[in-house]
Write a protein that binds this ligand. Structure first.
Ligand SMILES: Nc1nc2c(ncn2[C@@H]2O[C@H](COP(=O)(O)OP(=O)(O)OP(=O)(O)O)[C@@H](O)[C@H]2O)c(=O)[nH]1
Ligand SMILES: [Mg+2]
Length: 308
């Protein structure tokens, strides 16, 4: 038996920690900070994350599996309902639920609604007050006190994922709440997302960064072709389609003389080359699929929510 296999079988502290909270609370940013690499896309547009994903932090004494979820919100369409369903399902089957509360926004009815679901979960409960860099100590203390009242938490931490403040503290608290068990994933696995899903998400992130209003919400990305050629230094050839809901949105994404789509493509390519560790050729086209967010079967075809 190899050393690797022996280690996988050895009991350590291990298990699943779901990160839940309102849209934009900082869940995906914290996931990336914990695993030290970009596995989840992030943006200041609410409802960035559209499906549950797992990210793995493996240590000699523990394996922490973070479950990133879509932000819980009042849904306005079938997509919103599917995102909420997906996030709430994550609560059912984890060892720990971490409720993320943004320190820069007043604790409100949205947090209370999320917290009611958290309180009903049989899992251990960890409060995470995020974006500590945005507020002063006094406000941070007040937010912490208010958020503590939201649910019966086993412990609480304050973090700033962008400033890497107390991310270690979050990891220690989360691991402390985990049971003893096996390693659930191979030790070198950072995420369980299929490559095609990650590529589509990296492309969608660029659209979120460069568009406003309804456009970011109206975008869905599908990968039409993905092939790797080993010739020379190796090259991924990726053909993807960016779907929008209206002709006017298509115009925005293409931009004057194709300027916008070129920009989106070249920024996505840089990220994809880092992700894939290889040169990338990326072909993006834009198509209209009217009102796709109201169409449950199309939502699942994109893999959002519970996916296919
Ligand atoms: N200043 C500051 N900004 C942060 C921090 N963490 C996250 N953000 C920003 O907050 C915004 C939302 O972050 P995300 O990680 O995408 O939030 P999320 O909770 O995953 O959002 P959804 O997927 O929409 O539910 C992004 O613009 C992040 O850069 C932080 O610690 N400090
Ligand atoms: Mg997210």
């Amino acid at each position: 038996m190899t050393r690797g296999l022996v280690e996988i079988g050895e009991p350590v502290r291990s298990g699943f920690v779901a990160l839940v909270g309102r849209p934009n609370a900082g869940k995906s940013t914290l996931v990336n900070a914990v695993v030290g690499t970009k596995v989840a896309i992030t943006s200041d547009t609410p409802q960035t994350t559209r499906h549950r994903l797992r990210a793995v932090l493996d240590r000699h004494d523990a394996q922490l599996v973070l479950v990133d979820t879509p932000g819980l919100h009042k849904p306005h369409d079938a997509l919103g309902e599917e995102l909420n369903r997906s996030a709430l399902m994550a609560l059912a089957d984890v060892d720990v639920v971490a409720l993320l509360v943004d320190s820069s926004k007043d604790v409100g009815t949205g947090d209370e609604w999320v917290a009611r679901h958290v309180a009903e979960s049989p899992a251990r409960k960890l409060l995470v007050v995020t974006k500590a860099d945005l507020v002063d100590e006094e406000r941070l203390g007040r937010q912490l006190a208010r958020a503590r009242k939201l649910a019966p938490f086993d412990s609480a931490v304050v973090v700033s994922a962008t400033e890497c403040f107390n991310v270690d503290g979050f990891v220690s608290e989360a691991i402390e709440l985990l049971p003893i068990g096996p390693r659930y994933f191979p030790r070198d696995m950072a995420t369980d997302q299929p490559l095609e899903v990650m590529i589509a998400e990296f492309v969608r992130e660029k659209v979120l960064h460069h568009t406003r209003d309804e456009v970011p919400h109206s975008v869905g990305v599908s990968i039409d072709e993905l092939e790797f050629s080993e010739k020379g230094e190796g090259l991924y050839r990726i053909f993807a389609t960016v779907f929008v809901e209206r002709e006017s949105q298509k115009g925005i994404l293409i931009g004057k003389g194709g300027e916008m789509i070129k920009r989106l493509g070249s920024e996505a390519r840089v990220d994809l080359e880092r992700l894939l560790g290889s040169k990338v050729f990326l072909d993006l086209r834009v198509k209209v699929k009217k009102d796709w967010r109201r169409d449950a079967s199309q939502i699942r075809r994109f893999g959002y929510g519970e996916g296919l």
